[in-house]
Design a protein around this ligand. Structure first.
Ligand SMILES: [Zn+2]
Length: 299
């Protein structure tokens, strides 16, 4: 079972299951980073090419460049049932992609070498993808609530309480594709009787059930691993020392922040980009912060 992630052919062990693109999902729409030089510049912001067109000329030089250019890991929810569902949407698009998907059962998928750019979060300055790598975490977010679903309309909420536990109603076609057989998607934490969390992000109230426990565990491994592979991505998340809180809105210094942050932290909708809210109101920032600090003490 592979537990490695890859940048410029260099692999490191992260201590959790990773399915690489040759065995899982290959990014259908990767691009060259305009700030890196070890590829044909025609691949930058060009229509998607065949996989064989994406060649890294000198991997050692490419790795040096990449470590200097990339300083953000951006967290997303995918608004999908599962990573299989998310990948279907990427394939239907002519430009969308994400370096990693994190499935409900904690399986990570890496879809291409981190040298390449994926169009996942332009950010308000439209330079966001040049400096970042991305993970799309499976979670329906607002789509789970019947009254808020837009692209997956339904007459009932997609989570139900069974024997006192909230469970995602996962259609069979997606359940079959989860690598852990019989996996039951339940939120890691719930809020009161209603189960879902609700907080305002970039001006909109975001209601969603939490990510699963295996997703948090795998994400922590990914964040620590990514920092070892690309040290420009510092093991830190947005945190306001004065208030002791994690900001949820777009940050003032979003382009310069070096570390792990959310799509909402870099994009509230300026210069014709859309306003974003992910990874959303349920995401447990204090837990991720604590895990990163504990790791820093160990090493
Ligand atoms: Zn996003």
């Amino acid at each position: 079972m592979n537990q490695k992630i890859v940048a410029c052919g260099k692999k490191i062990e992260i201590g959790t299951r990773v399915v690489l693109w040759d065995e899982g999902f290959a990014c259908p729409n990767k691009r060259g980073r305009s700030t890196c030089s070890q590829h044909d510049p025609k691949l930058n912001d060009a229509p998607s090419q065949k996989d064989s067109a994406y060649k890294i000329l000198n991997p050692a030089l490419a790795y040096q460049e990449l470590t200097q250019r990339v300083h953000q890991l951006v967290l997303h929810y995918d608004a999908c049932y599962s990573s299989h569902h998310c990948h279907q949407l990427m394939e239907e698009s002519t430009f969308k992609g994400s370096h990693f998907y994190l499935d409900l059962d904690g399986t990570l998928y890496q879809t291409c070498d981190l040298y390449w750019k994926t169009n996942t979060a332009p950010a308000d300055d439209r330079q966001g993808n040049e400096r970042a790598i991305h993970v799309e975490m499976a979670n329906l977010a607002s789509e789970a609530l019947a009254c808020e679903s837009e692209w997956l309309p339904s007459d009932h909420d997609k989570y139900r309480k069974r024997n006192g536990q909230w469970v995602l109603d996962l259609p069979d076609r997606f359940q079959k594709k989860i690598l852990t057989a019989g996996f039951k998607p339940t939120p890691s934490r719930t809020y009161g009787e209603r189960g879902y969390f609700s907080k305002k992000i970039n001006g909109r109230m975001i209601r969603m059930w939490d990510f699963t426990e295996p997703q948090y565990q795998a994400l922590i491994h990914l964040c620590i691993g990514v920092n070892r592979l690309l040290p420009g991505i510092k093991p830190q998340v947005p945190f306001d020392k004065k208030s002791g809180r994690h900001p949820l809105d777009r940050l003032k210094n979003y382009a310069k922040f070096a570390g792990i942050l959310g799509h909402a932290h870099v994009q509230k909708g300026e210069k014709e980009v859309t306003c974003k809210y992910d990874p959303g109101s349920a995401f447990n920032w204090p837990r991720l912060k604590k895990a990163l600090e504990q790791q820093a003490k160990k090493s």
